[in-house]
Design a binder for this molecule. Structure first.
Ligand code: TEU
Length: 555
């Protein structure tokens, strides 16, 4: 058959352009800045870059509110600059994956401006408009992900429009075939331009459970708005955009709230939907109903959930592997120890994630162990999700500001959006201007230059993991088996393919793990050959040091 697609043994690096590298000194990252760092990314060894949106946008949600799908926002550059970045990335064997945000547009997109202008214009049905419900007010009880109702009343026409996110992000009506055709045409023009695929923003929400919109006034059932027609839409998109093209364009769908059963349907190659998805179960285990309701880490639950995704998608389908992105707090602060054992815990989670079956995603700064930030005041934060949450919690629910700020410290999205830390100079080499969001004060010690000059380099550990995935079929394709699933601090599993077996042994805790190690692991360690580790070599089976992680090849 045909060769396996590149992404079965490749690694994707996510760039958040706003915070990566600023070439023109306006304090906001840009395309020229990314182009200036391509050698760094090539040295890391990644196969593709996923760029968060760089299209024209009012920037209410940092570019996830798009007003023109086929241009570049001047703050990031222009189409000529984009073509240059694309060419220079391709020269280095690096693919470029764009962010496709078509569940919603900006409220300044010409489509919405026309749609809202009057009740009978041709684009009225391109969005979700509804008259006030008989009970008065919003059509149903859905809430916006950014606080408040998911419906806003438009005074011009006296109707409400739907926005699962900010009111400046009206949802497109995918029931309308004209909407779907316009999106596919835009996607085809980007692929014709040479881009190598799309990360698809909340793509499972494009299909709504319409019975919850036009039925009796349901109190929000807390369930997903995702409707069953999602599979038909994705198959239609695949046929209209990707099917006839040579080469493996990457499609990764961001899908909050889906299960492994859903994911098998979405990622079964025979169904022609998407190549892989970003699921949210593992990043939902350490908080309550809202993400800011933080709960303590539960390692067995985390291990078992990730193992569940490994085994349920083993025969059919494909996993993405991530612990970080522009919406999640920094992994070393959330799952590790970002002070005493920052190097050890950052590399432990890198090993645990990159040795699983799927396509790993590295979020900018993860490869040098960047940490969360703790600004003193909500005024230092920029993210609409955190700002709306803080205002609602403090002003409407009368919660104590300090406790609400603590939730933002732990889980706010700005944790991932402080500027990339390149060196110890004042703005960490990110900009010569004033950064749009303050640089993390710890950049003087945590930065690319310091990491790569150090004896224990997170960057070089990621380089080794990426090289391993490129060279070793058992890493890319081997069967996964979790060991000691209930152990509170040991994370151990095997990968096997064609007689070759690898073993990961990781002590995900500040406390050492005394020998003898649990029998299931100790038994395998006899004659094991060390492949990679984050501590100086010691005899297999000895007590594990804090956050010690080692990869072994078994005889
Ligand atoms: O995120 C979708 C999504 O599910 C987020 O609301 C996520 O649950 C939340 O941010 C976690 O706190 C995508 C983009 O990744 C995000 O940056 C956008 O804000 C959002 O869609 C709307 O486009």
């Amino acid at each position: 058959g045909t060769a396996a697609p590149w992404w079965t043994s490749g690694v994707v690096y996510q760039v958040y352009p706003r915070s990566f590298a600023d070439a023109d000194g306006d304090g906001i990252g840009d395309l020229a800045g990314i182009r200036g760092r391509l050698d760094y990314l090539a040295e890391l060894g990644i196969d593709a870059l996923w760029l968060s949106p760089v299209y024209p946008s009012p920037q209410h949600d940092n570019g996830y509110d798009i007003k023109d799908y086929e241009d570049i926002d001047p703050v990031f550059g222009d189409l000529a600059e984009f073509d240059l970045l694309l060419a220079e990335a391709h020269d280095r064997g690096i693919k470029i994956v764009m962010d496709l945000v078509v569940n919603h547009t900006s409220d300044e997109h010409p489509w919405f401006v026309e749609s809202k202008s009057n009740l009978t214009n041709p684009k009225r049905d391109w969005y979700w408009w509804r008259a006030p419900h008989a009970d008065g007010g919003v059509p149903n009880g859905w809430r916006s992900a950014f606080s408040g109702p998911a419906w806003t009343l438009d005074d011009t026409t006296g109707e409400y429009y739907l926005h699962l996110f900010a009111k400046q992000q009206p949802d497109l009506n995918w029931e309308n075939p004209d909407v779907r055709a316009a999106v596919y045409a835009m996607m085809n023009r980007w692929l014709d331009r040479g881009v190598d695929g799309f990360r698809m923003d909340v793509i499972n929400f494009i299909a709504k459970r319409t019975e919850l919109i036009d039925g009796p006034m349901p109190a929000t059932d807390g369930g997903s708005p995702m409707g069953p027609q999602i599979h038909a839409y994705l198959q239609e998109m695949h046929a209209a955009v990707f099917a006839g093209r040579p080469g493996d364009h990457l499609t990764v769908g961001e899908m909050p709230g889906v299960s492994t059963a859903d994911a098998v349907l979405f990622t079964d190659p025979a169904r022609g939907e998407v190549d892989m998805i970003f699921q949210f179960e593992h990043v939902g285990l350490d908080h309550g109903d809202t993400k800011f309701d933080v709960r303590p880490r539960n390692l067995p639950a985390l291990k078992q959930n990730l193992a569940h995704w490994q085994t349920d998608l083993a025969e059919t389908g494909w996993n993405s592997l991530y612990l970080n992105n522009h919406d999640q707090p920094r992994l070393v602060s959330r799952f590790g120890n970002d002070t005493t054992y920052r190097y050890e815990s950052a590399t432990l989670w890198a090993l645990v994630l990159h040795l699983q079956r799927g396509t790993p995603y590295i979020y900018q700064g993860e490869e040098i162990g960047m940490t969360n930030v703790r600004f003193d005041s909500i005024a230092d934060y920029r993210d609409i999700e955190s700002l709306n949450h803080y205002r609602e919690a403090v002003e409407e629910f009368d919660l104590a500001p300090a406790s609400v700020l603590a939730g933002v410290h732990a889980m706010g999205r700005d944790n991932a959006r402080t500027p990339m830390q390149w060196d110890a100079t004042p703005n960490s080499g990110f900009t010569t201007g004033t950064p749009w969001l303050a640089v993390n004060p710890n950049h003087t010690g945590i930065n690319v230059a310091a990491d790569r000059s150090g004896e224990r380099s997170v960057f070089r550990f990621y380089q080794a993991l990426i090289r391993l995935r490129h060279e070793s079929p058992v890493v890319a394709l081997g069967d996964f088996s979790l060991l000691e699933p209930d152990h509170e601090q040991l994370y151990a599993f095997t990968r096997s393919l064609g007689g070759e077996t690898l073993l990961v042994v990781a002590n995900a805790a500040d406390a050492p793990l005394a020998a003898p190690l649990p029998a299931a692991v100790a038994g395998l360690l006899a004659n094991a050959e060390r492949v990679l580790g984050n501590y100086p070599r010691q005899s297999p089976g000895a007590s594990l040091r804090p956050w010690e992680a080692t990869l072994y090849r078994l005889p």
